[in-house]
Design a protein. Structure first.
Length: 262
């Protein structure tokens, strides 16, 4: 029997400490050995473009007058999405499991002159999170969290969403990778040292962290939304360019309303 999957929190802190920008966007130009000023500018510009598109979808599909005042960015990383949100919203709270990511995000916010961002350490129960939000968000984060934990976090996030508040959450839900490749990924994640020796074979340091990929059951996610009063939902598939190694992504945009619209 396969052993317990590697601890995703511990691995994510390794990314935060050793390769934070690549941990957020897995492109070679964002690796710590390659990233330069031009790459950093491109990295943050991609976040600005993403937030503009995200707001456009919300206004078109859920709320034409969408103008949030307090937002939560779960899995904020180094602030790629948090900072564009802070340019549009009065107060933004960024949560991340990695202390190193939070340190980097704080430096990036200060460098950009953004003083309306609170950066907090995350956990499965979001114990550091206080108050309510009229916008909750997460992008390319839940895929790296085992699904049972991720579903509990989604439930907790929604409990902090105001009535008529909006959510935009991204998940991976399927994979087009061949069966052997998926089995290989599972073995690397569950059997000690396999991932480490695979690192050496790929020219990486022995202890380079493992980036988990997890598939979510969309039916379960929709049930969570329904049970917690989010009756208006818009589903949109993510760009295939944004998907990782054959994994397919989907956005759930939703609004928390007291009663179903039908």
């Amino acid at each position: 029997m396969l052993k317990k999957m590697a601890n995703s929190d511990r691995e994510w802190e390794k990314f935060g400490a050793s390769d934070p920008y690549y941990g957020v966007l897995t492109h070679d130009r964002y690796k710590v050995a390659h990233i330069d000023q031009a790459a950093r500018e491109d990295f943050f510009s991609s976040g600005e473009a993403y937030v503009s598109q995200c707001f456009s979808v919300v206004k078109k599909e859920l709320d034409a007058n969408f103008s949030p005042r307090r937002a939560l960015d779960f899995g904020c990383g180094v602030g790629r999405i948090t900072m564009p949100l802070a340019r549009r919203i009065d107060q933004v709270v960024g949560l991340d499991i990695s202390e190193s990511m939070l340190v980097e995000a704080k430096e990036n916010c200060q460098h950009s002159g953004l003083h309306n961002v609170d950066l907090l350490k995350s956990d499965d129960r979001l114990m550091n999170l206080k108050g309510s939000f009229d916008f909750i968000h997460s992008f390319i984060v839940f895929q790296h969290i085992p699904t049972d934990r991720g579903e509990a976090i989604v439930t907790e996030m929604i409990s902090h969403l105001t009535d008529n508040g909006v959510g935009a959450l991204h998940f991976t839900y399927a994979s087009l990778a061949p069966a052997w490749k998926r089995t290989y990924r599972s073995i690397r994640a569950t059997i000690p040292l396999v991932h480490n020796f695979a690192n050496l074979a790929q020219g990486r340091p022995f202890g380079y962290p493992l980036m988990q990929m997890n598939e979510y059951d969309i039916n379960k996610l929709l049930l969570i939304l329904q049970e917690h009063g989010c009756h208006r939902v818009h589903v949109r598939f993510s760009d295939r360019i944004s998907d990782h190694d054959g994994y397919l992504g989907v956005f759930l945009f939703f609004r928390k309303e007291a009663t179903p619209i039908l």
